[in-house]
Write a protein of this length. Structure first.
Length: 193
């Protein structure tokens, strides 16, 4: 997954540069999002894009049909290049990676914040302020609640994760305790002798 994400970042960055020169960044974002939604909504299409039995030519036809006539040539060219390089299954994820690249270029970033309970408005505001200062970007929070964290926060900005959850701290404590050597007592030693 990490390797495919790195590959997609290269495609997204190149597409962003071309879209910026053409003044079409927002249109490319919409087109990619629309294509990704179509693929995710059509399980048969998604499976065909992942299948090694479907030829690249067939995948090109499937995506050309899914793209429709209204899509920009930049999107069409990039998507078909992914197919030609044997990466058709990555097409749905390209929209998300392109969105991250476009936000980054605009000085914005999305932070996915997971907490054990919904965030209080005051905490949310302080968190946005501190994350903005630390990242140098205008932060938009995407909140999730996961009671398994027990407490604390897990924050993901782009490819960086900050895990201050109680669950992680307990897991680290458990790992340290399991690695700790056990001390032998004198009574155990005398029985063995």
């Amino acid at each position: 997954m990490a390797t495919s994400r790195m590959v997609l970042r290269r495609y997204a960055q190149a597409l962003l540069e071309l879209a910026s020169k053409a003044g079409a960044v927002e249109r490319v974002q919409r087109d990619l999002s629309s294509l990704a939604a179509k693929i995710r909504a059509d399980e048969s299409l998604a499976l065909k894009l992942e299948s090694p039995r479907v030829t690249r030519a067939q995948k090109r036809e499937l995506l050309a049909t899914a793209l429709g006539a209204g899509q920009r040539d930049l999107v069409r060219s990039t998507v078909l290049l992914l197919v030609d390089k044997g990466r058709a299954a990555l097409v749905p994820e390209l929209a998300e990676v392109f969105d991250e690249a476009a936000r980054g270029a605009a000085g914005e970033a999305r932070a996915q914040v997971t907490s054990a309970a919904p965030l209080e408005p005051a905490l949310r505001d302080r968190l946005v302020e501190r994350l903005s200062a630390a990242s140098g970007h205008k932060i938009t929070l995407e909140e999730r609640v996961d009671a398994e964290l027990l407490g604390g926060l897990r924050v993901v900005i782009g490819s960086r994760m900050f895990d201050g959850s109680v669950k992680r701290r307990l897991e680290e404590l458990r790992a340290r305790l399991l690695k700790a050597p056990l001390a032998t007592t004198a009574t155990t030693d005398s029985r063995e002798a």
